[in-house]
Ligand binder design. Structure first.
Ligand code: FE
Length: 145
């Protein structure tokens, strides 16, 4: 039978597994909606070519081609890797109205999306480094832009 999810669906790890596998900070950010301190994340200025996957479940979320330096102190992207990879929730904590973004596969907290990004979307996906796991791109026959 044809497979239509193109490898998007990953097994969702249990809370026990995540607690033992993730760093305390990564667990706090992804499971309890924490935030790493600005300018401290491993990927803030990371420029290698490749894919950023969810640190919890491995779902591929962002591509380095859409990463840019927003000056915010967190990795910033102007679009997710594909439609349906992330979900948005209205977040009214800390006296602000923001749009939280989570991994659509496992609900890991990733960060927030703001309407002050670059073209073509005008969006800034402001993502915690600890919510991501980078995989360098292996040379493939995929269509490049
Ligand atoms: Fe995930």
């Amino acid at each position: 039978m044809a497979c239509h999810n193109l490898g998007m669906k990953k097994p969702v790890p249990t809370d026990d597994e995540l607690r033992s596998r993730l760093s305390p900070l990564a667990y706090e950010v992804t499971r309890n909606k924490g935030t790493e301190r600005a300018f401290t994340g491993a990927y803030t200025y990371h420029k290698d070519r490749g894919v950023y996957a969810c640190a919890c479940c491995g779902a591929e979320l962002f591509h380095s081609d859409t990463k840019y330096d927003s000056g915010s102190g967190w990795p910033s992207f102007w679009t997710p890797l594909a439609e349906g990879r992330i979900r948005e929730h209205r977040d009214t904590t800390h006296g602000m109205v923001r749009i939280e973004v989570v991994c659509a596969n496992c609900d890991a907290h990733l960060g927030h999306v703001f309407p002050d990004g670059p073209k073509p979307t005008g969006l800034r996906y402001c993502i915690n480094s600890v919510s991501l796991a980078f995989a360098p791109e292996t040379s493939s026959s995929g269509d490049s832009t």
